[in-house]
Design a protein. Structure first.
Length: 117
């Protein structure tokens, strides 16, 4: 399970035609990469993680925003497949629940994506 140390909304953007919030997630476990998590309103009144990107960038090497190399790895399909004792779907649901419960992130995402706080 990916433990969250910090999570912040970076910007609003569009992914595959969906209006999304890009959330930067910092890991609590040393060695885990930071993530860019894209959250969209999917059904009336609900939100879902629609894309996850592992951010392996290094400020010394990648001092400009360059997503044309392997510093940014799409992990949407593989992010939760190595969990022990739970299915990938259960692990994704747990991560999503913990992300939305982090600080005021959930209500802020609701306000931006759904229009209610």
């Amino acid at each position: 399970m990916y433990a969250i140390q910090d999570a912040k909304i970076r910007r609003l953007t569009e992914v595959d035609g969906l209006s999304c919030a890009e959330v930067e997630v910092q890991p609590a476990n040393a060695g885990d990469p930071s993530l860019l998590v894209y959250v969209a309103a999917t059904q009336p009144g609900s939100m879902e993680v629609v894309r996850i990107v592992r951010n392996h960038s290094d400020a010394v090497l990648d001092w400009y925003n360059n997503n044309m190399h392997t510093a940014f790895e799409d992990a949407t399909e593989t992010a939760f497949e190595n969990s022990e004792g739970v299915t990938a779907g259960e692990d994704k649901a747990r991560f999503q629940s913990e992300l939305f419960a982090f600080g005021l992130l959930g209500p802020t995402l609701q306000r931006y994506l759904i229009g209610q706080a």
